[in-house]
Design a protein around this ligand. Structure first.
Ligand SMILES: *Cc1c(COP(=O)(O)O)cnc(C)c1O
Length: 373
Protein backbone atom coordinates (compact mmCIF):
# COMPACT_ATOMS: atom_id res chain seq x y z
CA UNK A 1 0.00 0.00 0.00
CA UNK A 2 1.34 3.43 -0.92
CA UNK A 3 1.46 6.40 1.41
CA UNK A 4 -1.51 8.09 -0.27
CA UNK A 5 -3.60 4.91 0.00
CA UNK A 6 -2.63 4.55 3.65
CA UNK A 7 -3.74 8.14 4.28
CA UNK A 8 -6.91 7.76 2.25
CA UNK A 9 -5.79 10.45 -0.21
CA UNK A 10 -7.03 10.05 -3.75
CA UNK A 11 -4.55 10.21 -6.63
CA UNK A 12 -5.61 12.72 -9.29
CA UNK A 13 -4.92 12.64 -13.01
CA UNK A 14 -4.21 16.29 -13.73
CA UNK A 15 -5.44 17.52 -17.10
CA UNK A 16 -6.06 20.97 -15.67
CA UNK A 17 -2.89 23.04 -15.18
CA UNK A 18 0.23 23.34 -13.01
CA UNK A 19 -2.00 24.27 -10.10
CA UNK A 20 -0.45 24.55 -6.64
CA UNK A 21 -3.63 23.09 -5.14
CA UNK A 22 -3.06 19.88 -7.12
CA UNK A 23 0.65 19.69 -6.35
CA UNK A 24 1.96 21.78 -9.26
CA UNK A 25 3.90 19.32 -11.38
CA UNK A 26 5.59 15.93 -11.21
CA UNK A 27 9.37 15.97 -10.75
CA UNK A 28 11.39 13.73 -13.04
CA UNK A 29 13.03 10.80 -11.22
CA UNK A 30 16.53 12.29 -11.69
CA UNK A 31 15.44 15.42 -9.82
CA UNK A 32 14.20 13.39 -6.88
CA UNK A 33 17.39 11.32 -6.86
CA UNK A 34 19.53 14.47 -6.76
CA UNK A 35 17.41 15.71 -3.86
CA UNK A 36 17.97 12.44 -1.99
CA UNK A 37 21.73 12.80 -2.48
CA UNK A 38 21.61 16.42 -1.28
CA UNK A 39 19.66 15.34 1.79
CA UNK A 40 22.44 13.04 3.01
CA UNK A 41 25.06 15.65 4.00
CA UNK A 42 25.31 18.93 5.82
CA UNK A 43 26.63 21.82 3.76
CA UNK A 44 27.12 25.57 4.11
CA UNK A 45 23.73 26.70 2.87
CA UNK A 46 24.82 30.23 1.87
CA UNK A 47 27.73 28.83 -0.10
CA UNK A 48 25.45 26.30 -1.83
CA UNK A 49 22.88 28.97 -2.68
CA UNK A 50 25.62 31.15 -4.19
CA UNK A 51 27.17 28.33 -6.18
CA UNK A 52 23.86 27.01 -7.53
CA UNK A 53 22.90 30.58 -8.38
CA UNK A 54 26.10 31.03 -10.41
CA UNK A 55 25.44 27.81 -12.30
CA UNK A 56 21.81 28.73 -13.04
CA UNK A 57 22.86 32.21 -14.16
CA UNK A 58 25.31 30.66 -16.62
CA UNK A 59 22.76 28.14 -17.91
CA UNK A 60 20.08 30.81 -18.39
CA UNK A 61 22.45 33.48 -19.78
CA UNK A 62 21.76 35.87 -16.92
CA UNK A 63 24.08 38.03 -14.84
CA UNK A 64 22.87 36.37 -11.63
CA UNK A 65 20.30 33.93 -10.28
CA UNK A 66 18.77 33.03 -6.92
CA UNK A 67 16.55 30.16 -5.79
CA UNK A 68 13.55 31.23 -3.73
CA UNK A 69 10.86 29.05 -2.17
CA UNK A 70 8.55 29.65 -5.15
CA UNK A 71 7.54 32.56 -7.34
CA UNK A 72 5.40 34.17 -4.63
CA UNK A 73 8.45 34.27 -2.35
CA UNK A 74 10.44 35.65 -5.29
CA UNK A 75 7.94 38.54 -5.42
CA UNK A 76 8.49 39.29 -1.72
CA UNK A 77 12.28 39.16 -1.96
CA UNK A 78 12.43 41.19 -5.17
CA UNK A 79 10.31 43.96 -3.72
CA UNK A 80 12.40 43.89 -0.53
CA UNK A 81 15.61 44.06 -2.58
CA UNK A 82 14.39 47.15 -4.43
CA UNK A 83 13.56 48.85 -1.13
CA UNK A 84 16.59 47.98 0.99
CA UNK A 85 19.48 47.29 -1.38
CA UNK A 86 22.30 46.10 0.90
CA UNK A 87 21.50 48.49 3.76
CA UNK A 88 21.17 46.54 7.04
CA UNK A 89 19.29 49.35 8.77
CA UNK A 90 16.62 49.42 6.05
CA UNK A 91 16.37 45.63 5.98
CA UNK A 92 15.58 45.53 9.67
CA UNK A 93 12.72 48.01 9.35
CA UNK A 94 10.51 46.06 6.93
CA UNK A 95 7.50 46.11 6.73
CA UNK A 96 7.52 49.64 8.22
CA UNK A 97 8.66 51.87 5.42
CA UNK A 98 8.45 55.45 6.76
CA UNK A 99 11.02 57.46 4.85
CA UNK A 100 11.90 54.55 2.52
CA UNK A 101 10.75 53.79 -1.00
CA UNK A 102 7.27 52.53 -0.33
CA UNK A 103 5.42 52.31 -3.64
CA UNK A 104 5.31 49.68 -6.38
CA UNK A 105 3.54 50.53 -9.63
CA UNK A 106 1.27 47.96 -11.27
CA UNK A 107 -1.11 48.08 -14.26
CA UNK A 108 -4.68 48.01 -13.00
CA UNK A 109 -5.66 45.56 -15.75
CA UNK A 110 -2.53 43.46 -15.25
CA UNK A 111 -3.24 42.59 -11.63
CA UNK A 112 -3.50 39.00 -10.52
CA UNK A 113 -3.95 37.76 -6.96
CA UNK A 114 -0.26 37.21 -6.35
CA UNK A 115 0.56 40.87 -5.74
CA UNK A 116 -0.33 40.34 -2.06
CA UNK A 117 3.19 38.90 -1.83
CA UNK A 118 4.62 42.29 -2.76
CA UNK A 119 2.46 44.09 -0.20
CA UNK A 120 3.92 41.87 2.53
CA UNK A 121 7.01 44.07 2.44
CA UNK A 122 4.89 47.05 3.47
CA UNK A 123 4.74 48.73 0.07
CA UNK A 124 1.61 50.27 -1.33
CA UNK A 125 0.61 49.19 -4.83
CA UNK A 126 -0.06 52.18 -7.06
CA UNK A 127 -2.38 51.25 -9.89
CA UNK A 128 -2.05 52.91 -13.27
CA UNK A 129 -4.55 52.95 -16.12
CA UNK A 130 -8.01 51.42 -16.28
CA UNK A 131 -9.41 47.96 -16.88
CA UNK A 132 -9.21 48.72 -20.60
CA UNK A 133 -6.02 50.59 -21.15
CA UNK A 134 -2.85 52.11 -19.73
CA UNK A 135 -0.94 54.91 -21.42
CA UNK A 136 2.75 55.71 -21.23
CA UNK A 137 1.76 59.03 -19.68
CA UNK A 138 -0.01 57.14 -16.85
CA UNK A 139 3.26 55.38 -16.09
CA UNK A 140 5.42 58.51 -16.32
CA UNK A 141 3.11 60.40 -13.98
CA UNK A 142 3.12 57.61 -11.38
CA UNK A 143 6.91 57.42 -11.03
CA UNK A 144 8.51 59.56 -8.31
CA UNK A 145 11.29 59.40 -5.72
CA UNK A 146 9.47 56.88 -3.49
CA UNK A 147 8.84 54.40 -6.32
CA UNK A 148 10.64 51.18 -5.42
CA UNK A 149 9.83 49.23 -8.59
CA UNK A 150 7.41 48.56 -11.40
CA UNK A 151 5.76 45.15 -11.26
CA UNK A 152 4.66 43.62 -14.54
CA UNK A 153 2.67 40.41 -14.91
CA UNK A 154 3.76 38.69 -18.06
CA UNK A 155 0.91 37.54 -20.30
CA UNK A 156 2.17 37.24 -23.88
CA UNK A 157 -1.42 37.09 -25.17
CA UNK A 158 -2.31 40.40 -23.50
CA UNK A 159 -0.11 42.68 -25.59
CA UNK A 160 -3.07 43.73 -27.72
CA UNK A 161 -5.16 44.40 -24.67
CA UNK A 162 -3.98 47.90 -23.85
CA UNK A 163 -1.06 47.23 -21.51
CA UNK A 164 2.07 49.27 -22.11
CA UNK A 165 4.35 46.82 -23.92
CA UNK A 166 7.21 45.46 -21.85
CA UNK A 167 9.95 47.15 -23.89
CA UNK A 168 8.30 50.56 -23.47
CA UNK A 169 7.76 49.91 -19.75
CA UNK A 170 11.47 49.14 -19.37
CA UNK A 171 12.51 52.23 -21.34
CA UNK A 172 10.32 54.57 -19.26
CA UNK A 173 11.33 52.95 -15.96
CA UNK A 174 15.02 53.14 -16.76
CA UNK A 175 14.82 56.84 -17.73
CA UNK A 176 14.05 57.32 -14.03
CA UNK A 177 16.31 54.57 -12.67
CA UNK A 178 13.40 52.45 -11.45
CA UNK A 179 13.77 48.65 -11.68
CA UNK A 180 11.22 46.49 -13.51
CA UNK A 181 10.20 43.21 -11.87
CA UNK A 182 8.39 40.70 -14.11
CA UNK A 183 6.26 37.91 -12.70
CA UNK A 184 6.72 35.19 -15.33
CA UNK A 185 5.76 32.34 -12.97
CA UNK A 186 4.04 30.18 -15.58
CA UNK A 187 5.88 31.34 -18.71
CA UNK A 188 7.89 28.16 -19.42
CA UNK A 189 7.37 26.89 -22.11
CA UNK A 190 8.81 28.64 -23.95
CA UNK A 191 12.10 28.11 -22.15
CA UNK A 192 13.52 31.17 -23.90
CA UNK A 193 11.57 33.36 -21.46
CA UNK A 194 14.35 32.53 -18.97
CA UNK A 195 16.70 34.80 -20.95
CA UNK A 196 14.57 36.79 -23.40
CA UNK A 197 12.98 39.22 -20.97
CA UNK A 198 16.12 39.94 -18.96
CA UNK A 199 17.78 40.32 -22.37
CA UNK A 200 15.27 43.09 -23.09
CA UNK A 201 16.37 44.85 -19.91
CA UNK A 202 14.01 43.50 -17.23
CA UNK A 203 15.86 43.90 -13.92
CA UNK A 204 14.39 40.86 -12.16
CA UNK A 205 12.46 38.02 -13.84
CA UNK A 206 10.62 35.61 -11.54
CA UNK A 207 9.60 32.02 -12.26
CA UNK A 208 7.99 29.11 -10.46
CA UNK A 209 10.34 26.16 -10.16
CA UNK A 210 7.53 23.65 -9.86
CA UNK A 211 5.38 24.54 -12.87
CA UNK A 212 6.69 24.01 -16.42
CA UNK A 213 10.25 23.46 -15.21
CA UNK A 214 9.13 20.47 -13.11
CA UNK A 215 11.47 21.24 -10.25
CA UNK A 216 10.49 21.15 -6.58
CA UNK A 217 7.08 22.68 -5.84
CA UNK A 218 8.63 24.82 -3.14
CA UNK A 219 11.27 26.38 -5.39
CA UNK A 220 11.34 29.39 -7.67
CA UNK A 221 13.87 31.37 -9.68
CA UNK A 222 14.90 35.01 -9.55
CA UNK A 223 16.98 35.91 -12.60
CA UNK A 224 18.61 39.19 -13.56
CA UNK A 225 20.76 42.00 -12.23
CA UNK A 226 23.55 40.96 -9.89
CA UNK A 227 23.24 43.88 -7.45
CA UNK A 228 19.50 43.27 -7.00
CA UNK A 229 19.93 39.51 -6.66
CA UNK A 230 22.57 40.11 -3.99
CA UNK A 231 19.94 42.25 -2.25
CA UNK A 232 17.38 39.41 -2.57
CA UNK A 233 19.84 37.04 -0.88
CA UNK A 234 20.53 39.72 1.77
CA UNK A 235 16.79 39.73 2.64
CA UNK A 236 16.38 35.96 2.21
CA UNK A 237 16.97 32.97 4.47
CA UNK A 238 18.94 32.12 6.59
CA UNK A 239 19.13 35.83 7.52
CA UNK A 240 16.42 36.46 10.12
CA UNK A 241 14.49 39.16 8.24
CA UNK A 242 11.51 39.36 5.86
CA UNK A 243 12.52 36.27 3.89
CA UNK A 244 13.30 34.01 6.84
CA UNK A 245 9.92 32.20 6.73
CA UNK A 246 10.57 31.45 3.02
CA UNK A 247 13.29 28.92 3.63
CA UNK A 248 14.83 26.95 0.79
CA UNK A 249 16.43 23.62 1.68
CA UNK A 250 19.60 22.18 0.21
CA UNK A 251 17.39 19.55 -1.43
CA UNK A 252 15.31 22.17 -3.26
CA UNK A 253 18.41 24.07 -4.38
CA UNK A 254 19.97 20.97 -5.89
CA UNK A 255 16.65 19.67 -7.25
CA UNK A 256 15.95 22.99 -8.94
CA UNK A 257 19.34 23.01 -10.64
CA UNK A 258 18.93 19.44 -11.90
CA UNK A 259 15.37 20.12 -13.12
CA UNK A 260 16.62 23.13 -15.05
CA UNK A 261 19.49 21.13 -16.58
CA UNK A 262 17.04 18.42 -17.69
CA UNK A 263 14.67 20.96 -19.17
CA UNK A 264 17.46 22.65 -21.11
CA UNK A 265 18.82 19.33 -22.35
CA UNK A 266 15.54 18.28 -23.95
CA UNK A 267 14.25 19.49 -27.30
CA UNK A 268 11.29 21.67 -26.31
CA UNK A 269 9.88 21.25 -29.81
CA UNK A 270 9.41 17.53 -29.09
CA UNK A 271 7.62 18.31 -25.85
CA UNK A 272 5.25 20.66 -27.67
CA UNK A 273 4.73 18.01 -30.37
CA UNK A 274 3.70 15.56 -27.67
CA UNK A 275 1.16 18.07 -26.36
CA UNK A 276 -0.22 18.40 -29.91
CA UNK A 277 -0.60 14.61 -30.21
CA UNK A 278 -2.43 14.37 -26.88
CA UNK A 279 -4.75 17.21 -27.85
CA UNK A 280 -5.44 15.66 -31.25
CA UNK A 281 -6.23 12.30 -29.65
CA UNK A 282 -8.88 13.93 -27.45
CA UNK A 283 -10.38 15.94 -30.29
CA UNK A 284 -10.61 12.87 -32.51
CA UNK A 285 -12.18 10.91 -29.67
CA UNK A 286 -15.03 13.36 -29.05
CA UNK A 287 -15.58 15.77 -31.91
CA UNK A 288 -18.88 15.17 -33.69
CA UNK A 289 -20.30 12.68 -31.19
CA UNK A 290 -23.93 13.42 -30.34
CA UNK A 291 -24.06 16.53 -28.14
CA UNK A 292 -20.32 17.22 -28.33
CA UNK A 293 -17.92 19.41 -30.28
CA UNK A 294 -14.19 19.36 -29.68
CA UNK A 295 -11.49 21.70 -30.95
CA UNK A 296 -7.93 22.78 -30.36
CA UNK A 297 -7.52 26.06 -28.48
CA UNK A 298 -4.38 28.14 -28.33
CA UNK A 299 -2.59 29.64 -26.42
CA UNK A 300 -2.89 28.12 -22.92
CA UNK A 301 -4.72 29.66 -19.96
CA UNK A 302 -1.52 31.53 -19.04
CA UNK A 303 -0.94 32.71 -22.61
CA UNK A 304 1.80 30.17 -23.25
CA UNK A 305 2.37 28.80 -26.77
CA UNK A 306 0.76 25.46 -25.96
CA UNK A 307 -2.49 23.88 -27.20
CA UNK A 308 -5.42 22.57 -25.21
CA UNK A 309 -8.39 20.42 -26.20
CA UNK A 310 -11.73 22.12 -25.60
CA UNK A 311 -14.83 19.93 -25.49
CA UNK A 312 -18.13 21.78 -25.57
CA UNK A 313 -21.26 20.05 -24.30
CA UNK A 314 -24.82 20.41 -25.52
CA UNK A 315 -26.10 20.17 -21.97
CA UNK A 316 -29.75 19.74 -22.90
CA UNK A 317 -29.12 16.95 -25.33
CA UNK A 318 -26.76 15.17 -22.95
CA UNK A 319 -29.12 15.83 -20.02
CA UNK A 320 -26.10 16.69 -17.97
CA UNK A 321 -24.37 19.97 -17.11
CA UNK A 322 -20.70 20.65 -17.63
CA UNK A 323 -20.27 21.13 -13.89
CA UNK A 324 -21.81 17.71 -13.25
CA UNK A 325 -19.32 16.21 -15.66
CA UNK A 326 -16.36 17.93 -13.94
CA UNK A 327 -17.66 16.81 -10.56
CA UNK A 328 -18.17 13.25 -11.79
CA UNK A 329 -14.59 13.20 -13.06
CA UNK A 330 -13.24 14.30 -9.69
CA UNK A 331 -15.36 11.76 -7.81
CA UNK A 332 -14.35 8.84 -10.04
CA UNK A 333 -11.51 6.37 -9.87
CA UNK A 334 -8.98 7.63 -10.76
CA UNK A 335 -10.05 11.19 -10.08
CA UNK A 336 -9.52 13.47 -13.08
CA UNK A 337 -9.21 17.23 -12.80
CA UNK A 338 -10.05 19.33 -15.87
CA UNK A 339 -10.70 23.05 -16.26
CA UNK A 340 -13.99 24.61 -17.24
CA UNK A 341 -14.11 26.59 -20.46
CA UNK A 342 -16.79 29.11 -21.35
CA UNK A 343 -20.40 28.37 -20.41
CA UNK A 344 -20.63 24.68 -21.21
CA UNK A 345 -17.15 23.55 -22.18
CA UNK A 346 -14.23 21.88 -20.51
CA UNK A 347 -10.56 22.09 -21.32
CA UNK A 348 -7.88 19.43 -21.22
CA UNK A 349 -4.35 20.76 -20.75
CA UNK A 350 -1.67 18.26 -21.76
CA UNK A 351 1.10 20.00 -19.81
CA UNK A 352 0.37 18.10 -16.61
CA UNK A 353 -0.63 14.79 -18.22
CA UNK A 354 1.90 12.01 -18.36
CA UNK A 355 2.32 10.32 -21.74
CA UNK A 356 -0.72 8.09 -22.30
CA UNK A 357 -2.89 9.68 -19.60
CA UNK A 358 -4.97 11.34 -22.33
CA UNK A 359 -6.46 7.86 -22.80
CA UNK A 360 -7.44 7.71 -19.14
CA UNK A 361 -9.09 11.12 -19.43
CA UNK A 362 -10.98 10.03 -22.56
CA UNK A 363 -12.12 6.77 -20.96
CA UNK A 364 -13.43 8.48 -17.82
CA UNK A 365 -15.21 11.08 -19.93
CA UNK A 366 -16.88 8.37 -22.04
CA UNK A 367 -18.10 6.62 -18.90
CA UNK A 368 -19.53 9.79 -17.41
CA UNK A 369 -21.14 10.87 -20.67
CA UNK A 370 -22.50 7.28 -21.11
CA UNK A 371 -20.90 6.98 -24.54
CA UNK A 372 -20.02 3.61 -26.02
CA UNK A 373 -16.27 3.03 -26.04
C1 LIG B 1 1.81 30.32 -9.82
C2 LIG B 1 2.00 31.81 -9.88
C3 LIG B 1 2.64 32.48 -8.84
C4 LIG B 1 3.10 31.78 -7.57
O1 LIG B 1 4.13 30.90 -7.82
P1 LIG B 1 4.59 29.81 -6.75
O2 LIG B 1 5.82 29.23 -7.36
O3 LIG B 1 3.47 28.83 -6.61
O4 LIG B 1 4.88 30.53 -5.47
C5 LIG B 1 2.85 33.84 -8.97
N1 LIG B 1 2.42 34.51 -10.06
C6 LIG B 1 1.76 33.90 -11.08
C7 LIG B 1 1.32 34.70 -12.25
C8 LIG B 1 1.53 32.52 -11.02
O5 LIG B 1 0.90 31.91 -12.03
Amino acid sequence: MGIYEELGIKRIVNGNATLTRLGGSIMPRQVVEAMIEASESFVDIVELQGRVGQEIARLTRNEAAYISSGCAAALVLSAAACITGLDPEKRERLPHLEGLKDEVIVHRMGRVGYDFAVRQTGVRLVEIGTEERTTEEDLRRAIHERTAAILYFMRPDWTDRGLIPLDRTIAIAHERNVPVIVDAAAQVPPVSTLWSITGMGVDLALFSGGKGLRGPQSAGLILGRKDLIDACAFNGPPHPFIGRPMKVGKEEMVGMLVALRLYLAQDERLLLDRYERQVKYLIDAFNGLPGLTARRTFPSEAGQPMPRAEIVLDERRLEMTRDEVLQGLMEGEPAVSLASSGKSGLSVNPQTLEEGEERVVAQRLREILRLEA
